[in-house]
Design a protein around this ligand. Structure first.
Ligand SMILES: [Zn+2]
Length: 275
């Protein structure tokens, strides 16, 4: 077997599972395994999102929520327009976008469930600081959903025949760790469909790249993205595990990659004017 084929097989189980089980990520064209119907995952996510809304304390800061929604809707619009103008299927056409702001100062996090259900924690606002920073974070989280990373992970889980618990053991309790840092009482619920489980490094880098593109298409200053990660790095100083221990790229790798992509993205993905 030549190297190329080997990489192909490693990257995706398409050959052994047949063509229907294979998909590719929009824009990056990376091949990915897709054994679980996206609609199933989206439906589960929507139910879970309702429970999160019941259990978590939602912020009373409606001004900020309004701002998040405004930035989010620019991103939504830009993504759909971009794919329409390029005659490609819109990966968000079955999304039912929704945004919440969770009142938790200690949690510096945000997520987007499959299907476009988004949450920002108030602690994250200290890292994002401004609209461009918020767009950077929303762009990244939305990118995970656009690239169907949860579908891919769940499909791989099926192949490997592993449940969350087993993965947790092998990753050195990474998931429990994530649960602690997200500080949720809804952890059990979210881990049922793997929403809070960490994405792998390849997916993280892909979300960084696509996130830059989406924020740029939406008209934001994507140079702020690097600043957000620098603030995160500063905040995590001394607490950050070395890269090999984590599924996430280290801040340094992340910042370097983002800087490498920056000019290309600014040139190739200019803002889409709202018509
Ligand atoms: Zn991510």
């Amino acid at each position: 077997m030549n190297r190329r084929n080997f990489i192909y097989l490693l990257g995706c189980g398409c050959v052994s599972f047949g063509l229907n089980s294979c998909a590719s990520v929009p824009i990056t064209e990376r091949k990915q395994l897709k054994l679980i119907p996206e609609a199933n995952l989206n439906a589960k996510a929507a139910l879970l999102y309702e429970k999160v809304k019941e259990k978590e304390k939602l912020s009373k800061d409606l001004e900020t929520l309004k701002k998040i929604k405004k930035i989010g809707s620019k991103i939504e619009y830009a993504i759909s327009e971009y794919f329409a103008r390029n005659n490609k299927p819109d990966p968000t056409n079955n999304f039912d976008w929704e945004y919440i702001l969770i009142d938790k100062k200690k949690v510096r996090n945000a997520w987007c469930m499959p299907g476009g259900k988004i949450a920002v924690y108030t602690g994250m606002l200290e890292m994002t600081k401004n609209d461009d920073g918020l767009a950077a974070v929303l762009g990244h989280e939305v990118a995970h959903a656009v690239a169907k990373h949860s579908v891919e992970r769940a499909s791989r889980g099926m192949v490997l025949n592993t449940g969350t618990k087993i993965i947790d053991i092998f990753s050195g309790g990474k998931i429990s760790q994530v649960n602690r840092t997200t500080g949720m009482n809804t952890v059990g619920l979210l881990s049922q469909i793997g929403i809070m489980n960490p994405f792998n490094r390849k997916q993280e880098s892909e979300a960084d790249y696509l996130g830059l593109i989406f924020a740029s298409l939406s008209g934001f200053d994507i140079r702020e993205t690097v600043k957000v990660w620098e603030r995160m790095k500063e905040f995590n100083k001394g607490k950050e595990p070395p890269q090999f221990m984590s599924t996430h790229p280290s801040s340094d790798t992340r910042i370097k990659q983002l800087n490498d992509w920056m000019n290309e993205v600014i040139l190739d993905y200019p803002p889409i004017e709202i018509s």
